[in-house]
Design a binder for this molecule. Structure first.
Ligand SMILES: Nc1ncnc2c1ncn2[C@@H]1O[C@H](COP(=O)(O)OP(=O)(O)OP(=O)(O)O)[C@@H](O)[C@H]1O
Length: 277
């Protein structure tokens, strides 16, 4: 097991002037991380009742990797994802997304960074019920005021086809199965070619077979298109599709594993529960 830089407060020497921004033209330069946390803290409340949901988290999420974030209930997974996506503000430390210092931006600026660089996949699909599958996939372009050009339409149709949805493109979400709805959500997340897709329990509402299909699609987005994915899951089978498994407990990153089998992941989670008992 490689233990991360968890809990370490990064000093100035660790901070390049712009973390994650590709400013170099040197082809030998290391690929910058898509997401960088530097000593990130998120404290809710104050005084004796304060909760340290993130407690000095330092980690890089690497481009073109499928990273899973796991941990017990209340360990800080949702807080990590919300801070990573600029939906929540850290109370300390630095968060860099695609080269942008989220910790230093105001709400409007963070919204723009999120819109341009993050795709979301949620457990509850979150499709607009009155729009067809294709309209749901195109919606983020329209919301962002981006022209839905012939090229965009062709990319959307290519995605729908590769996800096996072209013959369902005109259907409303209510006429689709859970697996098909999640595939539409994945198409929507991938369509704008975001720097990172944040997936929150994407298989939480799906049966085992459909879960496997959805995970294979996420895996293919990484392997075939170099997509970066950050996924929260409680499910060792889901996490076994990831290249890297981060484990969080009490707001601290406590482990950083490469690919693992579902059995080994389950062992790690059980040992956490035993340790906490
Ligand atoms: N808005 C909030 N106000 C106060 N405390 C909060 C708030 N949001 C989260 N917390 C607390 O922060 C800690 C981490 O919560 P978080 O939701 O990030 O955990 P989680 O790992 O996602 O849990 P779960 O797996 O149950 O969804 C918990 O102790 C939680 O009660």
């Amino acid at each position: 097991m490689q233990v991360t830089t968890c809990g370490r407060r990064a000093g100035p020497a660790l901070l390049p002037s712009v973390v994650g921004m590709d400013t170099s033209t040197d082809p030998r330069a290391p690929i910058p991380p898509v997401l960088a946390f530097r000593g990130v803290e998120r404290v809710y409340g104050s005084g004796p009742g304060a909760v340290r949901a993130l407690d000095g988290v330092s980690v890089d999420v690497v481009a073109g990797q499928f990273t899973a974030l796991m941990g017990p209930s209340g360990s800080g997974k949702s807080t990590f994802m919300n801070v990573a996506a600029g939906l929540d503000d850290p109370t300390g430390g630095e968060v860099w997304l695609a080269g942008h210092p989220l910790h230093a931006l105001d709400d409007t600026e963070r919204t723009l960074v999120r819109r341009d660089h993050v795709g979301f996949v949620f457990q509850a699909f979150n499709l607009v019920p009155t729009l067809s599958a294709r309209e749901n996939v195109v919606l983020p372009f329209e919301l962002a005021g981006r022209a839905v050009t012939a090229e965009v339409r062709s990319r959307v149709d290519g995605l729908l086809e590769s996800l096996g949805l072209l013959d369902r493109a005109e259907h409303l979400p209510s006429a689709l199965s859970g697996g098909q709805q999640q595939r539409v959500a994945i198409a929507r997340a991938l369509a704008s070619e975001p720097r990172v897709v944040i997936a929150d329990e994407p298989t939480g509402n799906l049966d085992m077979r459909t879960s496997r299909e959805v995970l294979a699609l996420l895996r293919a987005a990484v392997d075939d298109h170099g997509q970066t994915i950050l996924m929260v899951t409680h499910d060792p089978v889901a996490a076994s599709h990831a290249d890297r498994i981060l484990v969080i407990a009490d707001g601290r990153l406590i482990a950083d594993h490469g690919r693992m089998t579902p059995g080994s992941i389950a062992d790690v989670l059980v040992s956490l529960e035993v340790g906490a008992a």
